[in-house]
Design a protein around this ligand. Structure first.
Ligand code: ZN
Length: 308
């Protein structure tokens, strides 16, 4: 089994521990993003928030900010070193609105080459290496720029073994993402489809799970989109059908106001899933073995690379 590539170096899968599969630690969004709550730029705040996460039992986060949304590998390395939380960062790009200027004039192979370099050599000259590959689609469509990123992600996956982890807009296009990646030879077991709790329909989740792909239930704590009570019902239904091992949990807390460390104690923060959501899930009947499966064993199965 290959190792998991964190911003501080490679670790064994057994050393990973409790992991959220889709979070944001530092973001410097492009100028087109005018909502300043979306900028998460404080290393001091991130260090405090990740310390709270560690105190609650959290040990690892997949940091899903790609280059076109203001990824900051050196800051992530400093925060991981200060808190002891394993951070796995991503290569790849976001949806059309963000990726188009970066990818429009380049070939699929050029994009794949950049992804492979970021995983095997490092991001720019930082020496920090990425551990997962991100690709994204827009609402109800995969644009030509996005399709290029998906095809490049598949090729980079074949070269490295890295997990392909996606953004769906409001949960749409999940099956189309899987079909596109399959057409490039990717096994669905190596895909994590993001943001499916934006489309909280059991039939849809089941159709994704039946392909073998993994499902990101990664908006936990954002009651404005969906009450957590409904997330819990869906998780219980999926577990009852035998799909618990394909569910990945996270909060995708990509706003400063979601984190207590930025001063607003109204947000869920990184402790919410561990201190509130999982106990609630347990009360509603999911046994601790299945909870451990989702939060520890599945990340340890998905994150190892195939290259040294
Ligand atoms: Zn995200």
């Amino acid at each position: 089994m290959g190792k998991i590539r964190t911003v501080l170096g490679d670790i064994e899968a057994a050393a990973l521990g409790v992991t959220y599969m889709h979070e944001h630690v530092i973001t410097h969004p492009p100028a087109s993003v005018t909502d300043c709550d979306l900028a998460m730029e404080s290393i001091a705040a991130a260090t405090r928030e990740l310390s709270h996460f560690h105190l609650a039992g959290g040990r690892a986060l997949v940091e899903m900010t790609p280059r076109d949304y203001g990824r900051d590998p050196l800051a992530l390395r400093a925060i991981a070193a200060a808190t002891g939380v394993h951070i796995i960062c991503t290569t790849g790009w976001l949806k059309d609105k963000f990726c188009r200027p970066w990818v429009a004039d380049r070939t699929v192979d050029e994009l794949a080459e950049e992804m492979i370099r970021e995983i095997t050599v490092g991001i720019d000259d930082t020496g920090v290496r990425a551990g997962v590959i991100k690709a994204a689609s827009s609402l109800d469509m995969i644009t030509p720029a996005e399709e290029k990123v998906f095809r490049a992600a598949a090729r980079a996956h074949h070269a490295t073994g890295a997990l392909i982890t996606t953004h769906t807009e409001r949960g749409t296009m999940a099956l189309e993402q899987i079909d596109l990646l399959r057409s490039e030879g990717v096994r669905p077991e190596r895909i994590l489809i993001g943001h499916l709790d934006h489309k909280p329909e059991l039939d849809y989740w089941r159709a994704v799970a039946q392909t073998g792909a993994n499902l990101g239930i990664d908006q936990i704590g954002k009651e404005k989109y969906l009450p957590d009570s409904r997330r819990i019902e869906l998780i219980l239904a999926m577990a009852a059908e035998g799909y618990a091992a394909q569910l990945c949990l996270a909060g995708d807390l990509a706003r400063a106001s979601y984190w207590p460390a930025y001063g607003d104690w109204g947000g869920p923060g990184l402790t919410y899933i561990l201190w509130r959501f999982l106990p609630w899930l347990h009360e509603r009947g999911l046994d601790s073995r299945q909870i451990e499966q989702m939060i520890v064993a599945t990340p340890a199965r998905l994150l190892p690379l195939a290259v040294a």
